[in-house]
Design a protein around this ligand. Structure first.
Ligand code: PAF
Length: 287
């Protein structure tokens, strides 16, 4: 596997692959790779003949006072994991390569509406940072297929919307969340948790599971959300939100919606944890 850091080298390699008619897959990451990321790479390898994984801690998606400086940068270990997975090319650009005019004044790609809800409400500007960097990576690599995790469900929805709105001819795949044995979704930020916090963190998954179960059984989402917020607080977490939405577009769930998703974000020590679960609610057809 080669590691490239600059655009001319990346473009030259991609041109060779395209000239050979090879199908190209892309896995964008911020590094500190875990089994969840490797599952994305393996999926991309099954979909494409050449896979580019990118490692770039994107400053545009971090707000003031967030963990940009603390975010784990582990390129040597990431490189080893990617070699073992059979990834073909690692692209790890510098900030100057991605944002030659600096962080401010850069052209921004932003999906309206949904970008300001859920995680966007507690992290203003976060999703504009995500869609901007993903648009750049999709333009740079021009893959046939790009693979993302469903753990970041709202991010995945916004990327799908951006790709559709900007008429990008790229297949976007969303892969199921990879979990620890106690249900905690794998995340680079789990490393911020101390031993006691790590045990308590599993309450997020348990709470979402219970919430999905009661809504599937007929409890009104608003009442169930309040109970979920209480159970997160009882477990020592500080929730940003818990919300029942419909899977298709993350609009608030109405009575006719059967394909639903519960989403939550909560703070625990230095970590901000997010998770979600998709489920079906049986809707009695009108007579
Ligand atoms: O999900 C992530 O790791 C990041 O938000 C992404 C998609 C790589 C953009 O920086």
């Amino acid at each position: 596997m080669d590691t490239l850091h600059d655009l001319p080298a990346l473009r030259a390699r991609l041109a060779e692959w395209r000239a050979a008619g090879l199908r190209i897959g892309l896995v964008p990451t911020m590094g500190n790779l875990h089994a969840g990321h490797i599952a994305l790479v393996q999926d991309a390898l099954a979909q494409a003949e050449r896979v580019v994984t990118t490692v770039f801690v994107n400053p545009l998606q971090f707000g003031p006072g967030e963990d940009l400086d603390a975010y784990p940068r582990t390129l040597a270990a990431d490189t080893e994991r990617l070699v073992d997975a059979g990834n073909h090319l690692l692209f790890a650009p510098s900030e100057a390569t991605m944002y030659p005019h600096g962080r401010v004044g850069h052209t921004v790609v932003e999906v309206p509406g949904l970008s300001a809800e859920l995680c966007g409400a507690s992290r203003p500007g976060h999703f504009a940072g995500v869609t901007t960097v993903v648009a750049k990576l999709l333009n740079l690599v021009r893959p046939d297929v790009a693979v993302f995790g469903q753990k970041d469900y709202q991010q995945l929805m916004l990327i799908r919307r951006m790709v559709a709105d900007l008429s990008m001819d790229i297949e976007i795949r969303g892969l199921p969340t990879v979990r620890e044995p106690d249900g905690l979704a794998m995340s680079s930020r789990n490393g911020y948790l101390g031993a006691d916090e790590r045990v308590r963190a599993a309450a997020l998954y348990r709470t979402l599971r219970a919430l999905a179960d009661v809504v599937a059984a007929g409890t009104a989402p608003a009442a169930a959300e309040q109970a979920a917020l209480r159970s997160l607080r009882d477990a020592g977490l500080t929730p940003d939100y818990v919300s029942v939405r419909r899977q298709q577009d993350l609009a608030p769930a109405v009575a006719q919606d059967s394909a639903l998703v519960v989403l939550a974000a909560a703070r625990l020590g230095r970590a901000r944890l997010i998770d979600n679960l998709c489920f079906e609610r049986s809707v009695v057809p009108p007579c």
